[in-house]
Design a protein around this ligand. Structure first.
Ligand code: XMP
Length: 553
């Protein structure tokens, strides 16, 4: 494909002639512009190049669902980094720009020079067309929403196993007017005659978004691209991950000592279990009970890890310390800071008692890694301070062990099950580090904690009984600081107002309130007002995120 490239121009945002562009790229990277892909045999990777689409992370998840490893990297990542991943193919994400915008980010030349199969989605497709000599029209026909894709090239490997027509999701301003030389039209919609294009070198462009749920056949397209076109084996499985991860932890930790803070959540549970498998006797887990946990949570964690898995666990009951600190505090941010700081203090004290510790294990996940990489370059307003249980100060002298840093949440759950952790723990809904304190509006007291625990228990039981617990991202009770008048028997009551929050979400960045049935809401409400003392009214929170957040504080 290199020679094809030299026969026509790659347009860049600065419209530099191809030869100049390649020379420039060589100079910048200080290496040959044409680099051979690494030999197969290592973990194979699909590289998703991010041009700023809101769906980029979703593309990565779709690839992983095909049991193929992938990484999401910024558009300006140097070839060295890409080559080190043993790439088998490249996906160019969509993005908010037009290729004609001044300074629009365009694929670097190695995308075409590496001989790897390429699939450009939306903006990614427009960039391919623009760079390889086709024509993109700016803003001629905006298209947002459902469309029907009709396949015109039945033998195209991207469409293997698909019907001749199927629904797809469009969301674009610019459109392809003319294909680059040597490309052919592979599929069309009513408004986009060139909805899918491709050439003999396995460079494809898709105008629609196969990664979103509104393209129900999108998963097949990803499978076809990564397995058939790129020739991946599909060997990214829990079993392989566990084996690789155990080797890697052994290599990293050696004879060092590791400490891991357990929170009761799935991420720290899987982290600890993996490290235990790798270097069992070098791991000590700290389980700090901050008194802000849900009913039976401490007992459950101890039962699983101490009694069943026989891990070395130090249990610290610090409930009184946290409650004392929270006395009289009503401001949400102040609560978060106090809890975070107290956690760090307790952790440091307990870690010091263990003697020399070399490593700190954290259950960091891939979305956190991607987000922190992108927030380093973005100016974002702070909505809330997040104190993850593992969010420890940078001056602590530990090296981090983060075996989950390339996993998505659903992959962590799969690994947890493969490691033999109980389903209850693996499927536990996310729970914030500051715990029930940010679900009690106003001052946190022992009495309020008990009220909230009882209400929360009922919400959990009823959503489980309705078989909705796993489908909901989170479902919980909030104790508001509103009191209202009610009547029970023949008596006036003046009791607390409990709000129920149940949401669906993919990643907690956005969320929709769950359309729970009236019957289920009625059962939850009846049980709460009957079983929880001092509560006489229940409301349901019907706001999505944005504009609300998931937690109330
Ligand atoms: P918000 O309220 O910001 O929450 O929409 C998004 C997700 O993050 C969880 N959350 C936290 N998790 N420490 C955590 O570990 C925190 O301080 C924290 N605050 C919110 C929240 O439960 C939701 O899943």
């Amino acid at each position: 494909m290199g020679s094809e490239l030299e026969s026509h121009r790659i347009a860049t945002s600065d419209d530099i002639e191809v030869s100049t562009y390649l020379e420039l790229a060589k100079e910048l990277r200080g290496e040959q512009a044409v680099v051979e892909p690494k030999p197969p045999g290592e973990r194979e990777t699909i590289v998703v190049i991010d041009f700023g689409s809101q769906y980029s992370m979703l593309i990565a998840r779709r690839v992983r669902e095909c049991h193929v490893y992938c990484e999401l990297v910024s558009y300006d990542t140097p070839w060295d980094k890409i080559a080190s991943l043993n790439p088998k193919g490249v996906i160019l994400s969509g993005g908010p720009s037009s290729v004609y915008d001044a300074g629009a980010h365009l694929p670097l030349p190695y995308i075409y020079e590496s001989h790897l199969p390429v699939m450009g989605i939306c903006y990614g497709m427009q960039a391919i067309v623009f760079q390889l000599g086709g024509q993109v029209s700016s803003g001629a026909k905006h298209e947002y929403g459902h469309a029907i894709l009709h396949i015109s090239a039945e033998d195209c490997p991207l469409f293997a196993g698909l019907p001749p027509s199927f629904p797809v999701w469009m969301s674009h301003g610019d459109q392809i007017m003319e294909m680059p030389p040597d490309f052919e039209a592979l599929a069309y919609t009513e408004n986009a005659p060139l909805a899918v294009i491709g050439n003999d070198s396995s460079v494809f462009g898709l105008q629609f978004h196969p990664e979103v749920v509104h393209t129900p056949q999108g998963k097949v397209i990803f499978q076809n691209f990564v397995l058939q076109v790129c020739g991946c084996q599909g060997n990214w499985t829990s079993a392989n991950f566990i084996a690789e991860s155990i080797d890697e932890i052994k290599r990293q930790v050696g004879n060092g000592r590791v400490v891991c803070a357990l929170s009761g959540g799935v991420d720290s549970a899987v982290t600890a279990t993996l490290i235990d498998r790798a270097v069992g006797n070098k791991l000590t887990c700290l389980f700090i009970n901050n008194g802000l946990l849900r009913r039976e949570e401490p007992e459950r964690v101890l039962k699983v890890f101490k009694r069943n898995l026989k891990m070395d666990i130090v249990y610290v009951d610090a409930a009184d310390r946290f409650l004392e600190r929270l006395q009289g505090v009503t401001d949400p941010e102040e609560k978060r800071h106090l809890i975070g700081n107290e956690f760090i203090e307790v952790f440091e004290e307990e870690a010091a008692k263990l003697g020399k510790v070399d490593f700190l294990a954290q259950g960091t996940l891939y979305p956190d890694v991607i987000e922190s990489a992108s927030t380093q370059t973005k100016v974002a307003a702070k909505i809330k301070s997040h104190h993850n249980v593992g969010g420890l100060p940078s001056n602590m002298k530990f090296t981090l062990v983060e075996p989950l840093r390339y996993l998505f949440k659903d992959e962590v759950r799969e690994v947890g099950l493969a490691l033999g952790l109980p389903e209850d723990m693996v499927w536990r809904q996310p729970f914030p580090g500051p715990g029930l304190a940010i679900r009690i509006i106003g001052e946190v007291t022992q009495e309020k904690l008990e009220i909230l625990r009882s209400a929360d228990w009922i919400v959990m039981n009823e959503t489980k009984r309705a078989r909705l617990y796993r489908q909901l991202w989170q479902s919980f009770a909030v104790l508001t600081d509103v009191k209202s008048v009610g009547v029970m028997g023949d008596f006036r009551t003046y009791g607390y107002l409990i709000a129920i929050r149940a949401i669906t979400s993919d990643d907690a960045m956005t969320a929709d309130w769950a359309r729970l049935s009236y019957d289920l809401l009625a059962r939850i409400s009846d049980r709460i007002v009957n079983e929880v003392p001092n509560v006489n009214r229940v409301v349901y929170d019907i706001t999505s995120k944005p504009p609300s957040t998931i937690e109330w504080e």
